[in-house]
Design a protein around this ligand. Sequence first.
Ligand code: FES
Length: 173
Amino acid sequence: MKESRARTAPPHGGVVPALPPEQGAVVREVIVRLQQQPGALLPILHAVQDAVGYVPDGAVGPIAHALNLSRAEVHGVLSFYHWFRREPPGRHVLHLCRAEACQALGATALEEHARRALGTDFHGTSADGAVTLEPVYCLGNCACGPSLLLDGELHARVTPQRFDALIAEARKA
Ligand code: FES
């Protein structure tokens, strides 16, 4: 599910915003719960994103401190794995499978349709803030592609028409 992606400096230009209290509490709880695990960095980053929706810049310092890493090392991991979001997502998150088996079943055309329909590329959010479009590389549903996850729910054999219906339902929710 992960792919390397070159990303450079954090968007804040060196000024790290403080975490809002509720996010700070989540980050502290995650750190306390997971920091003793071997290789704790990735589980912590995943848990923060699951809880907050993304990994805020303000979480990097506390995570680095807890794991005795530099901020640059944590930023490096965040930059390497495109799975991690650095900005809040839209109200719904759509992961579209771009792996080979789904491509053979029409995922490339579905990608183009998705970009057009949402008015955004991968890693972006539709202008109304409703849907964030993310790529994913195999959902384990290869025989029934094209596959996508909408808010964690798997959908198979998705046609452009089915895509539009799913997005319309999501926008109404
Ligand atoms: S290639 Fe898309 S689910 Fe496996």
